[in-house]
Design a protein around this ligand. Structure first.
Ligand SMILES: Cc1cc2nc3c(=O)[nH]c(=O)nc-3n(C[C@H](O)[C@H](O)[C@H](O)COP(=O)(O)O)c2cc1C
Length: 347
């Protein structure tokens, strides 16, 4: 059996190998469509469910939700599913450009909803956002408490804004303390919700062997916990994963962040959720390019009874939805999470 330490090393060598970018093709005709899909799968997804299916055709790629991977307890209206698809589409845009293709993702609401990404030949460009794809991660470490420069903040705000989606960057301490109060309230509600905890536990990969076998889920090491066999990790979770310990961690980690970003949709529908995912992913890639880390604090937008109060605190208009809450700052990297192979996500 793998030990805790070697298990983490094993998971990390596989996770790193999966992230390595293939050298861009010099021949647009021999377009590596599967490589575009692979780069899209390096995007974040809620609970690392990788809730997507890709269909490659001649000049386009369809990104559809894999609803067998939905998480009804934390995400009853599939908001996070469509945000995750938006993140994948955004990665594809930058990967396509690096292969000499202009990618134009359009949301198609028919059926369950999907994204059609049409591809056209264009001048090849290796952007800093493309280069950040394989390095980006949701980093749940402590940050250094130092501010981010005004130039970096402006750039993050610019890339995090889209069609009907805006981002608010909160860097004043009183505002961050107010968000913390919503996070603590939401976290306490979630941890006292048996369905939420059972669903979360089902997506935790306590050991590296489990993470490598499934290629998905929340690898315990990526949250700074030791890699353990499932039977032991599951028992330890019951002992150490308490509302008090988690709320203390969130308090410390918000206080050592440089700021909090809140993404807001003008309208509460799937098209805007996809757009929010695209805006968040650009923000995360730009942050990575700047050496800035980020991690989600989504409790205030996930708990249905708290979201309207949080929206009112933000001063949102009727019909607007707060989509995502993210802390950011500089700090150490954490182990990378796993991905399934391309073959597993092709329709
Ligand atoms: C829509 C969405 C919601 C998420 N919500 C949370 C969250 O509330 N807390 C958290 O720690 N991570 C959250 N994540 C991050 C995922 O757990 C993470 O993307 C996944 O584990 C893959 O890891 P990576 O982003 O480091 O590649 C969310 C991601 C997405 C796309």
């Amino acid at each position: 059996m793998l030990t805790a330490c070697s298990a983490t090393d094993a998971e990390q060598s596989v996770a790193r190998a999966l992230r390595a970018p293939a050298p861009p093709s010099s021949d647009a005709a021999s377009l590596p469509m599967r490589e575009l899909v692979r780069m899209a799968t390096l995007a974040p997804s809620s609970h690392n469910t990788q809730c997507w299916r890709f269909q490659i055709s001649d000049k386009s790629i369809l990104i559809a939700p894999d609803l067998a991977r939905r998480c009804p307890a934390v995400d009853p209206d599939d908001h996070h599913v469509f945000v995750s698809l938006g993140c994948a589409a955004e990665n594809m845009v930058h990967a396509a450009l690096a292969s000499g293709l202009y990618a134009d993702p359009r949301f198609d609401p028919t059926g369950d909803g999907r994204i059609a990404v049409n591809l056209e030949a264009t001048q090849r460009r290796i952007s800093p956002l493309f280069q950040a794809i394989s390095e980006r991660q949701c980093t749940r470490s402590d940050y250094d408490g130092q501010p981010i420069s005004p130039t970096e903040l402006r750039q993050l705000e610019q890339v995090g804004t889209g069609d009907g989606v805006s981002v608010r960057l909160l860097t004043a301490r009183p505002a961050m303390e107010s968000v913390l109060a919503y996070v603590v309230e939401g976290n306490t509600a979630q941890m006292n919700d048996a369905a939420f905890v059972a669903e979360l536990k089902a997506w935790i990969r306590f050991g590296a062997d489990e993470a490598i076998r499934t290629g998905d889920g929340l690898f315990a090491g990526a949250s700074g916990n030791p890699a353990l066999p499932r039977w032991l990790g599951s028992r330890m979770m019951g002992l150490f994963f308490t509302p008090k310990s988690e709320n203390e961690r969130y308090s410390r980690q918000i206080r050592n962040s440089a700021g909090i970003a809140v993404f807001v949709s003008e309208r509460n529908d799937k098209a805007h959720w996809v757009e929010a995912g695209r805006c968040y992913e650009r923000f995360a890639l730009q942050a990575t390019a700047f050496g800035i880390r980020n991690a989600f604090l989504n409790q205030p937008v996930e708990v249905g009874t708290i979201r309207p109060q949080f929206a009112a605190w933000l001063g949102l208009k009727a019909g607007e939805r707060p989509d995502l809450v993210v802390r950011f700052g500089r700090g150490p990297a954490m182990p990378f999470s796993m991905r399934r192979p391309v073959q597993a996500v092709l329709a």
